[in-house]
Structure formats: C-alpha cells, structure tokens
Design a protein around this ligand. Structure first.
Ligand SMILES: *[C@@H]1O[C@H](CO)[C@@H](O)[C@H](O)[C@H]1NC(C)=O
Ligand SMILES: *[C@@H]1O[C@H](CO)[C@@H](O)[C@H](O)[C@H]1NC(C)=O
Ligand SMILES: *[C@@H]1O[C@H](CO)[C@@H](O)[C@H](O)[C@H]1NC(C)=O
Length: 321
C-alpha cells in the first residue's frame, strides 16, 4: 500500500514538473495586462518587458521568426561575404527589446507591423549589401554582407566638434553597423543615447551585432533634429505633414523615411539607383513575409525622387576633405 502510494506520488510529481516546464516556456511570453487610468497596458515576457500599450498584441517574434530572418539575409554567411558569422536573428530580436514598448514593430495591425519591419530592414539590407546585378540569388539576397566599410578613404574626424565629440587618438570613424554610422559626432551622439562609449570605442559596433542593430533601431526611432519626425513616426503615421512638407512632396510614406535618413544623397535627385535599391529591398521583403508588394501602396508613396530634403547638405565650413 505505502509503496504503491509513493509510486503514484512520484508519477504525479513528475507530471506536475513537466506541466510547469512547458508552462514556463509559454509564460515567458505571456501577456500581463494592467489597466491604468482606463487604458490597457501590458508586458509580454522578455520581448516587451516595459509596460506599454504596444506590448498587448503581437510582438515581433510572433510574426518575424528566425527562418524569415534567414530568408531575408540568405547569403550573409557565404564565404565571399564580409561579415560571416556576425549577424544573427538573436542579436536583432535582443536589440528590439528596448524599442518594442515604444511601438517599433508593434504599432497598428499585424500587417502594419510586418510592413514596418520590412521597411526598417530594407534600409539595413540595402546599406549592408554586397549584391550586384549578376550575384547568385539575385542582388537583393545579399543584405548584411558587411558590418563595416571595407576601404575607408579617411578617418571621418570632424574637428569642428572637438568640444562636444572630440576624436579619440587613433580612433577611426568609418562606416560601421546595420545602418552605417560615419563621423565622430554621429558615433558620439549614438553612444550617448545607448550609454556606450562609442566615441572612444567606435569598434564596438563591428564587434557586437546586438549593439549594431540597437544603434540602427535607435536611428529609425529618433528624430535627427528635435523639430523633425523620426523615420518611425513618418512610417507609422504619427507625423502630420505641414503645408511646407506637402509643398516639398513629403508625405507620411516609405519614401519620406529615406529623406529623413539620407537627405539629398538619396532624395530629390530623380530616379537614381541609390534610391531605387532601397525601394527594391522593401518590396522584396514584403513579398518574402507574404504581405506582398502590392500592399506597399502607390509608386508615389515609395519614391522620394521629387522630394526636397529635410536636411539639405550644405558644404560644412570646416570640412577637411
Ligand atoms: C490590440 O488589439 C486590440 C484588439 O484587436 C485592439 O483593439 C488594439 O487597438 C490593439 N492595440 C494596439 C496597440 O495595436
Ligand atoms: C553587446 O551589446 C549589447 C547591447 O548594448 C550588450 O547588452 C552586450 O553586453 C554586448 N555584448 C558584449 C559581449 O559586449
Ligand atoms: C516653409 O518654407 C519656407 C520656404 O522654404 C520657409 O521660409 C519657412 O520657414 C518654412 N516654414 C516652416 C514652418 O518650416
């Protein structure tokens, strides 16, 4: 009798343990809902840990999984690529944790969310691509081929920032990252925001994929000037164009995200490759996610060929080059 009971107990215990473990996996991403002043806010496990309305529905890993990341960047680990083994899905998702509670990839409907991830990664894929016309798999399959500029022609130290972002002796501020960072002042500002000393250690960006993605998402989420919208705000419709914007042909569109990020190096120059390549990546990723390129909207929403730049490049007075 006693022996029998012990046996059953043991079995029961084992069963409970098994249930707990599988629940443990599930509850890691379970939504925890609170209501604050009549508004619903949530957390969602490790992926969306800060209470926010944006954590209540799908989070990024619900609709963008490792195999989709592999599809987007299928050639990045082939031997001829230049950052083999560097970029991975885990690094990307980890980098989003700070920004999902702010609406990155978590705003609107599931399709809206998929579109934002496609749009953001289109910038990344294009800016890190080593694809060319006849590359195997096509030119769009080569995103995340680089994590740094290969043959910098200068060290990108602008001495006019010597009081705010002084160049560290020996440091090189060439392009690095997922949306590449150039110049001491950009490393300085990004480092301040991420609380990492990038001014003295710009190399961290090419040593840490999570940090590289974090810097790029920060750039997407943050206005370049206080009076301006972020690329995120433009894309998800948080920004209302002024009359001036409308006159400058800047709407709440994918095209305008290129304007805010790159200004007249990409926009207002007609149908140039530098612009069309970014657009092609966006459409390609929409197809890969099963959203379909037709959901990108009309051509006018994709282009910035006729837009005036938010931040026109004026020759910097103290440029050394
Ligand atoms: C989450 O989903 C609910 C129900 O579908 C919806 O009413 C709400 O607006 C969504 N929240 C966000 C932030 O998208
Ligand atoms: C990489 O960067 C992330 C994000 O800033 C940080 O949490 C992590 O500790 C870094 N990893 C290493 C090995 O320094
Ligand atoms: C609108 O554009 C005009 C001409 O470029 C400029 O002088 C004016 O300051 C702009 N207004 C705003 C609110 O930006």
């Amino acid at each position: 009798m006693m022996k029998m009971k012990k046996g059953i107990l043991l079995i029961l215990l084992t069963l409970c343990l098994a249930v707990e473990i599988s629940n443990g996996d599930e509850s890691e991403k379970a939504v925890v809902v609170k209501t604050v002043k009549g508004k619903k806010i949530c957390t969602k496990g490790w992926e969306c840990p800060t209470p926010s309305k944006f954590c209540c529905n799908e989070t990024i890993s619900d609709y963008f999984q490792a195999y989709q990341f592999e599809n987007f960047f299928s050639k990045r680990n082939t031997p001829v690529a230049h950052a083999v083994g560097f970029w991975d899905y885990q690094g990307f998702i980890t980098a989003t944790i700070k920004y999902q509670p702010l609406g990155f990839g978590t705003t609107g409907t599931k399709q809206d969310k998929m579109k934002e991830i496609s749009a953001f990664l289109a910038h990344v894929g294009c800016k890190t691509s080593c694809g060319y016309g006849v590359a195997t798999g096509g030119p769009l399959a080569w995103g995340l081929c680089f994590n740094r500029e290969m043959s910098p022609s200068q060290s990108y130290c602008d001495d006019s920032y010597k009081y705010t972002y002084p160049c560290a002796p020996g440091a090189e501020y060439y392009g690095r990252g997922a949306i590449p960072i150039y110049w001491n002042y950009n490393y300085g500002a990004t480092g301040e925001a991420l609380k990492v000393d990038l001014l003295n250690h710009p190399e961290y960006i090419e040593q840490n994929a999570t940090l590289a993605f974090e810097a790029a998402i920060w750039r997407w989420m943050t206005p370049i000037k206080k009076s301006q919208p972020s690329a995120h705000d433009i894309f998800v419709g948080n920004w209302k164009p002024t009359k001036n914007d409308t006159l400058s042909k800047r709407g709440p569109t994918f095209g305008t995200t290129m304007n805010i990020l790159y200004g007249d190096s990409v926009c207002g120059q007609g149908d140039i490759d530098a612009m069309n390549n970014i657009v092609s990546h966006y459409l390609y990723y929409l197809d890969l996610l099963g959203v379909g390129r037709e959901e990108a909207g009309p051509h006018d929403d994709l282009t910035c060929a006729e837009q005036q730049a938010f931040n026109p490049s004026t020759p910097p007075a103290s440029s050394s080059s």
